[in-house]
Design a protein around this ligand. Sequence first.
Ligand SMILES: [Zn+2]
Length: 443
Amino acid sequence: MNSRRFLSALALIALTLTQASAKPSTDPRIAAMVRAVSAADLRAYDNRLVDFYTRNDFSEDLNSPTRGVFAARDWIKSQFEAAAQKSGGRMTVTLDTYLQDKTARTPRPVTESSIIATLAGDAPGPTYVMSSHYDDCDGDCTDGRGQAPGADDNGSGASAVLEAAKVMAPQHFHGTIIFAVFDGEELGLWGSDHFARELKAQGTNVVADLNNDIIGTSNAPAGSADRHTVRVFSEGLIDDAKVSAVNLVGSENDSPSREIARFVKSASEQYVAPMTATLIYRADRFRRGGDQESFTAQGFPAIRFVEIHEDFRHQHQNVRVENGVQYGDLPQYNDWTYLASVTRMNVAALAALALGPNQPAGVAILITGLTNDSTLRWKAAARATSYEIVWRETSAPMWQHSKNVGNVTQATVPVSKDNYILGVRSVDANGLVSPAVYPAAVR
Ligand SMILES: [Zn+2]
């Protein structure tokens, strides 16, 4: 090979390496946390929650250490406190308790009490939330006496949050992580609404809420199953979005919650193969809601994990056999391996957020002149050592291309802003990336 050919071969190798390293590198800290998630733990947590017979909001007056919503609350609190023992004093456990007024749906005022475990970051930084709810229902969500196992809705999500707290409490993160198990979801997202308003009032910078509600099984009613897929719901537009402005630039698919959903899909699939996160471009399912909506209502980006198939014979049903069919939200219908997979996806995404760099702020795309390339600028972000400009076709769901532009705060890529959607994300010294930020157009 002559020297010129040799040099061009080297250049080709260098180019190939650059493209390979454009993929986020696997972080051994995240891989270790993901591996530590235990299906046996999740099964034990969920069965323990079912043992309280009912966690209905109106079982709060049972005054029993073994039965009812507040007996379950005290046990959840004790589990967080056990996890906090391994945090070196960085994890604190509190109750968010208040008296909920009677509503059109409910017979009387009722005390609500959510359990909040907060793992302080090593430096002041953003706050990341993993949430779920622990209250449940039989066929009547105000019946505080009937059997309501709630193994899937939402013993599954509450168990996932407990397990994530256990695995993550000993580790160090730059930002604060809140592990929340809310009360009062079934009757109007009460507990999460109360808590998200508090976060807003305190000026907390919540970057993402990963909510988990009904993640216990992939079994479909007809007997099929999809053990490797979970849905991730995210809302499209924030409430004060001006539709004409959104239409002008085509930003309808790039709300802050959507960028978190894309990030969650990438991070979770990277660490928990062959699991797939199917992005659903909706706030939630028809006629259903979830605690992530309490966060988006306060302007905090949020997504919801929910199993791919739902069996409505095992949600909000009195436990009974009718025409040979077993009804009721019983633990034998959960799939602990599947629940462990979805819990691992949460841990991967949450750790990637809380270990990685902050998102760049003030991201703008410059539209001063008519050009066929794209110039973006942004403000330097904490822990970022370089930045990537990402882009995709306007009809593509996920980012398709990225270019690392170095440790700068403005760069131009030879990509037409008229033909592609572009964004910017931070990269840290370990190769971890932040969620991308959609730019504002600036003349
Ligand atoms: Zn639920």
